[in-house]
Design a protein around this ligand. Sequence first.
Ligand code: ZN
Length: 326
Amino acid sequence: MILEGERREPVLSFSLDVKREMSRIEVAAACCKRSELAGILRAGLTLRKVPGGFRLLLSTENAPLSRHVFVLAKEIYGFDPGVSAKKTRRFRNHSVYQLDLTGLIGDGQDLLSDIGLSINTDSGEIRYMNYKVRKRCCKRAFLRGGFLAAGSISDPDKSYHLEVTFRTRLQAEEYVQYLKDFGLQPRIIQRKGYYLAYLKEGQEIVDFLNITGAHKALMNLENIRIMKEMRNQVNRIVNCETANLSKTVDASLRQTESIRFIQEHAGLDSLPDALREIAALRLENPDVSLAELGRMLEPPLSKSGVNHRLRKIERIAESMGFNPGS
Ligand SMILES: [Zn+2]
């Protein structure tokens, strides 16, 4: 069941692995290509003010994604985004890839209106209209696109959490609606001026990876879930055994203290033969179980027989004034 994961060293994050896999998924249908590109651009485009105007950018640390967007924009709209890469100090010399779609602002409004966007160059804002996706195949592609541009998954070793960040409530609600169409139950929260659509259950995250076609990540996640479940089971067993062991130790301690009390106050000879015999054995063998004690007797005695006699001894000690709590 445990597969040899194709783990790159060092593993940067589960999130990045998922995105790399998703960026390499080749969709064949033209309808899905459009939806995927729409999902990516609606979630990922930013408008930046620069001297003399604006730049419309898509930034990503994920090289396959920048290639993917480039190819889709060119293939579907014949548009050629400029691509540049910059080193960043975050994550030790990682590169950030920047696609420049500024050319769309003037005469490229076709693509933008096609994906439900318009640019207000006076206010420097992107306006989002609703984007309708009808076919199920396209919804999968759209959800994948949104995650690629603005999503993250926590490391499943630690917790189960998947989120996609949007600038407007309209976008978040639209994304959530498409997730619900696949039976998922996402929620939305507002954080630092952004709207987050998120999933919290391990099973829902598995379903999400399935819907969006990230099957390798899905297998990895399932393996981690199985390992986690096994670890929890082992821990439960160990805890249970520890609890039993400490109960045994407590009982043995109470018994030997009772016997010593009788020994000091009346002498073991004051006990009936059957009790004196087991008392002496217990003092000599404080660590053995009741069953083992029973086997040392001649003739042997059952565990419950031993228990019965030791309880009697404890009651005698108590009647003589022994207080096990003190
Ligand atoms: Zn489609």
